[in-house]
Structures are given as C-alpha cells and as structure tokens.
Design a protein around this ligand. Structure first.
Ligand code: MRU
Length: 409
C-alpha cells in the first residue's frame, strides 16, 4: 500500500464530534478544528477549513451524522427526524455551489435515512452515523484505486505539473490527482512535480507543497504565470488536476486557472489528465455551461492571508504579548485596512493576518473555478478506470453501479 509519510487524515469522527485539520491556516499553523454542531461544519466549509471536492462530500455526510447525534437525539417522531435531516442536509449542501460532491454527500445521507426508516428511529440514528463513516472510508478506497489506474498513464522519469490541491487534504485521505502522483512516484515513475502556487487562495503553495514534502516526492513550486514558460522549454511531460464537477459530456470544472493550463497543454502537445471519483461526475448536467461557478470574497484577490507563531525574544516582549492577549485575542490597529490578530495559545502567541496588496476601493472579480471543455481533456481517471472521449459514453460507464448517477432534483 502506498504510504504518504506523516500526512494526517483530513476529517474524521471522534468522541461524538467532527474533527478536521484547519486548512485555512496550513501549513504554518496546524490547528485541529473540533465541530460540536452541524452549523460548525457549515462554517468550516464556507471558511475553507475543509475544502476540496471529495473532502466536502465527506464533511457533508459527517455533518448530517453530527446533527443526528446532537439535535436529532431530542426528536421523538420519525417523520420529524426525517424532514429535519433533509433540512440540515440541504443547509450543508448550500454552503458552496460548485463541487458536486458536497451535494452528493448530503443527498446520500437523505436517501439512506429514508431507505432505512423502517428500522425505527432508535435503530436509525446509529445506522446514519455508520453510513457517514462509510462515506469517509469509501473515499480513501476510491482514491487508492484511482491512483493505481492513473499511474499507468505515466512513464518512468515523468515531470508532472499540477494545479491547486487535489491531494490527501482535498479528500478523506490520499488524494485524487496527487494520489495518482503518489502512486506513480511509489512505482519509480516521477522525476519531478511542478506545483502551481494557485492564486488567489494558494492551495498549491500552501497545501500541495506541504503534502509532497511530507510524502518525499521531489517538486518545484512555481507561480501560476510560469507554467507556459516551463512547458515551452520542454520541462513538462503531463498535467494532472482534480475536479469539482464533471458534466455528462466531459467538461470539467476545477480551480480557476485550470482551463488556461489545458489550453497551454494543447498548444505544447502535452497530455492533460483529470482525476476524480465518480461522485464528482454530475450526469444531470449536459455540459459545463450549466455548472454554477462560485464567486468568493474580493479580499482573496486584494490581499494575502498568513498565519504563524510569534516567539518573543526577551522577557519584556513576553510580558507585552501577555498583556495584549490577556483576554485571549487582540486585534492590532493597522492602517490601509491591513488586519492582524494575536491569539494566545498555551505558552505561545499566534498571528493571523490579512495584508492588503491592492489599492482600496477597486472593483474585483473572483471566480473560484473555471470550466475546461472536454475537447482539451486527454483522459479522466476515476476509481473504475480511465475514461476517454467520447465522454458521454465512457463517463456513464465509469459511473454505472457506483451511486454516482446524480438525480438531485
Ligand atoms: O476551493 P477549493 O480549494 O475547494 O478548490 C479545490 C479544487 O479546485 C480541487 O482541485 C478539486 O476540488 C479537486 S480536489 C480532489
């Protein structure tokens, strides 16, 4: 089995809570986030503490189970429990619009609860929790299967470029596109990975670089605008990315910047691969034109965020930070809209900053995803194998019997 070194699990169930690594602060601060309520899971999703399409599917399932084990315990009527579960699942599913796995995870829990309602309410609650844990376990199994299929696409010595983070952190464990790279690396096929930093949220620089280093895979970090140049210089043999939603015709929604890479691949004769579990395929959408693209806060574009730990160098500094953070957190007064908050954590002090890089008062457009038309996609790797054009047929085949035929309406 391919080992990922010390990469921790992304999201899990423990002591009646949903726990996750807070990805909004990684890699410089590795906070554990404990969600005691489903509303906490919703906040974690919209604040990107948990992100990446398959991980969002798992978060949705665990969030529903968390509701069932907390608020849901007080409900005595089966019908009320089922309608409330539907409402909670829909609320979780509405936290982000593009990654279909989020809706898929919520929908799977709704269907499961209704299909097993005959067991009676007392028996149903533990079944709902067990189903959510199954969603988590199946995700890792699918990713490992995808890794094995996808690795067959690469020759020894491959230099592979990837965008955003489609790694272990974007899933329950192991990753999709990065899972393929991990597997190919274990088979001795990867000479080097090119990691796009992936503005504006920098999932490549922060998360993919962190994972590859932990797993011991050689890589170089580049800014997004360097990809064309490294391709033209003949330094890239293939590109592989994940996906947030794949339409029935093979159009792929993924992190903003993916489409540009696919166009570059076509120009330079480089294969462009997508790796995604069948839960990312949305056969209800004829084409990518129907995919809703999330637009996010302008502050992701007009500034950068950074977190870290402050180490006082003198007793005076320690006293100063102690005073500032005596009530827990302290927001520094800063000009130009920069923001910095200090938080006391045990004997240490953490800073969370947003630093403005663009002038205030400007207009910003911040779509989080783009759509790559199927004609640019060389192959799509799923847990069932490798799908190629025409995707209308191959994707339907890849999804049959996997529960991925989404009829969300
Ligand atoms: O905004 P994010 O970080 O949730 O976007 C993530 C991506 O675009 C990933 O490439 C995609 O979800 C695939 S993850 C296996």
């Amino acid at each position: 089995m391919v080992s990922l070194g010390n990469i921790p699990p992304t999201i899990w169930w423990e002591d009646g809570t949903v726990r996750m690594i807070d990805q909004s602060r990684l890699p410089l601060v590795g906070d554990l986030l404990v969600c005691n309520t489903y509303e906490g899971v919703c906040t974690a999703i919209s604040g990107m503490a948990v992100r990446g399409a398959p991980a969002l599917g798992v978060a949705a399932a665990l969030g529903v189970a968390l509701w069932s084990e907390t608020d849901g315990v007080d409900i005595a009527e089966l019908d009320t429990y089922l309608s409330e579960l539907d409402r909670v699942a829909d609320e979780i599913a509405s936290t982000r619009p593009t990654a279909v796995n989020l809706m898929w995870g919520a929908e799977r829990m709704k269907r499961f609860a209704r299909a097993n309602a005959g067991a009676g309410l007392d028996a149903l609650r533990p079944l709902v929790l067990a189903e959510a844990l199954r969603v988590r376990d199946e995700d890792e199994e699918r990713n490992r299967a995808m890794g094995e299929h996808g690795a067959t696409l690469f020759e020894p010595g491959s230099r592979i470029l990837t965008h955003c983070n489609a790694g272990s952190l974007a899933t329950a464990y192991f990753g999709t596109a990065l899972g393929v790279i991990f597997t190919a690396h274990a088979q001795g096929k990867v000479a080097q990975v090119w990691v796009d930093e992936t503005r504006p949220v920098l999932q490549g620089a922060r998360l993919t670089a962190w994972e590859l280093r932990m797993a011991g895979v050689p890589f170089k970090l580049i800014t997004d605008n360097m990809a064309a140049s490294v391709m033209r210089r003949g330094l890239v043999d293939a590109v592989i990315v994940g996906a947030d939603r794949i339409a029935a015709n093979g159009d792929v929604a993924n992190k903003i910047g993916t489409y540009g890479l696919a166009v570059l691949c076509k120009e330079h004769g480089i294969p462009f691969y997508v790796a995604a579990p069948s839960s990312t395929v949305d056969l209800t959408l004829a084409s990518g034109d129907e995919i809703v693209i999330e637009e996010r806060d302008e502050r992701e574009v007009t500034g950068v965020t950074a977190s870290g730990v402050i180490e006082p160098r003198t007793p005076e500094e320690t006293r100063a930070f102690d005073m500032l953070t005596q009530s827990g957190t302290y927001a520094l007064g800063m000009t130009k809209g920069h923001q910095m908050q200090l938080t006391r954590k045990g004997g240490a002090y953490q800073f969370d900053a947003w630093l403005r890089i663009a002038p205030p008062g400007i207009e910003v457009y911040n779509p989080a995803f783009d759509v790559t038309p199927a004609e640019y996609v060389t192959a799509i790797v799923t847990e069932r194998g490798i799908a190629r054009a025409p995707y209308g047929e191959s994707l339907a085949e890849a999804c049959c019997d996997t529960g991925a035929l989404h009829e969300l309406g």
